[in-house]
Design a protein around this ligand. Structure first.
Ligand SMILES: Nc1nc2c(ncn2[C@@H]2O[C@H](COP(=O)(O)OP(=O)(O)O)[C@@H](O)[C@H]2O)c(=O)[nH]1
Ligand SMILES: [Mg+2]
Length: 316
């Protein structure tokens, strides 16, 4: 249910079902819609040279600390051409793939794409801790040729910011970041990428720098169903994301309420109460997951961001 037209079409379908087949059938249809929404696969390919920060990014995106047992191993040199899927701890339909760099596999970019099975990926993130190199560019061009999207992430930006602050007499954070961004963009343009999108990210401080802009672009450029899959899984790093999640959940609440009303209309004693109780439990778990309100998620967010923005936002 993406735009008013989708919404209207869905409501029309439910109304017809209600008229022709009764309340129980309409309730089943709405439940099927909700289940389907929760099962749309989203596969994100994270690639870049060894040591660029891929595994740390995979962990940060899932709000999992590098020391967590579910974390992708970090800080070790890649010696194999293995690529590993890491599912989101709360949304198993969302998978981040920690891919080896093109240079590590020794495959040319086109063979590399076949090797990783590019068809399954919804988009790629190409990470570099310095300027983007020839391999990054060749891969981006190949991704484009295959009709897929890619985004450049310039990683470890907290280090650059910290170093600049210590070495520049008149340090200005904004202009330092703008200069790094511009250097990356110009470097990519010189190598033949027309309008590169470069985001400065620190996986240790996702709530700073450009991660939020990256999220916004992804939401804008993904097809509707894939956006629905990504949205709840986004880390709760600022008020904007939390507000958007709230909007999406409103639709779900409407669906759940309709199911409840339709079941109440079915003439089975006690069914309505039991169904309401079950859906209430499921709904509360869903809100906890989406807003990261269970204590483990809050702790992880605090570790990953060095603070607890979600809980502090909720207190205001
Ligand atoms: N300061 C800082 N260090 C990072 C960041 N991302 C990764 N690192 C460090 O860079 C090293 C390599 O990271 P890793 O994720 O293993 O890179 P990979 O080989 O591309 O998977 C590790 O020691 C990480 O702790 C970041 O955003 N900021
Ligand atoms: Mg790694």
């Amino acid at each position: 249910m993406e735009n008013p037209t989708d919404n209207e079409a869905f409501l029309k379908e439910i109304r017809e079902d209600l008229r022709n087949n009764g309340a129980a059938s309409a309730a089943t249809k709405i439940q099927e819609y909700l289940d389907q929404q929760n099962n749309i696969p989203l596969n994100i390919g994270i690639t870049g040279e060894s040591g660029s920060g891929k595994s740390t990014f995979v962990n940060a995106f899932r709000v999992i600390d590098n020391r967590d047992e579910r974390a992708a191993p970090t800080g070790c040199v890649e010696t194999t051409s293995q690529f590993s899927p890491y599912t989101h701890p709360k949304y198993p339909n969302v998978t981040l793939w920690d891919l080896p760099g093109v240079g590590t596999t020794k495959f040319p970019a086109d063979k590399y794409m076949k090797h990783v099975g590019f068809e399954k990926f919804d988009f790629f993130i190409i990470i570099s801790e310095t300027l983007f190199k020839e391999n990054d560019v060749k891969l981006a061009q190949e991704i484009q040729r295959m009709g897929k999207k890619f985004y450049f992430v310039r990683s470890k930006i907290d280090q650059d910011s910290h170093n600049a602050e210590r070495s520049q007499r008149e340090f200005n954070a904004e202009s330092t970041l703008a200069r790094i961004r511009e250097n990356c963009i110009q470097g990519l343009q010189k190598q033949g990428i027309e309008s590169p999108q470069v985001f400065l990210v620190s996986s240790f401080k996702l709530h700073h720098y450009d991660f939020h802009q990256l999220q916004e672009i992804l939401e804008r450029e993904l097809p509707a169903q894939k956006r629905n899959a990504l949205q709840p899984a986004l880390p709760n790093i600022n008020r904007g994301i939390i507000e958007k999640k709230k909007e999406v959940l409103k639709t779900t609440i409407m669906c759940q309420a309709s199911i409840s009303a339709l079941i109440a209309a079915a003439p089975v004693l006690g069914l309505s109460f039991a169904a309401d109780l079950a859906s209430l439990v499921i709904a509360i778990k869903m809100y906890q997951d989406a807003f990261g309100l269970d204590s483990e998620s809050l702790q992880n967010l605090a570790k990953c961001c060095g603070a607890a923005p979600a809980s502090s936002l909720l207190l205001h």
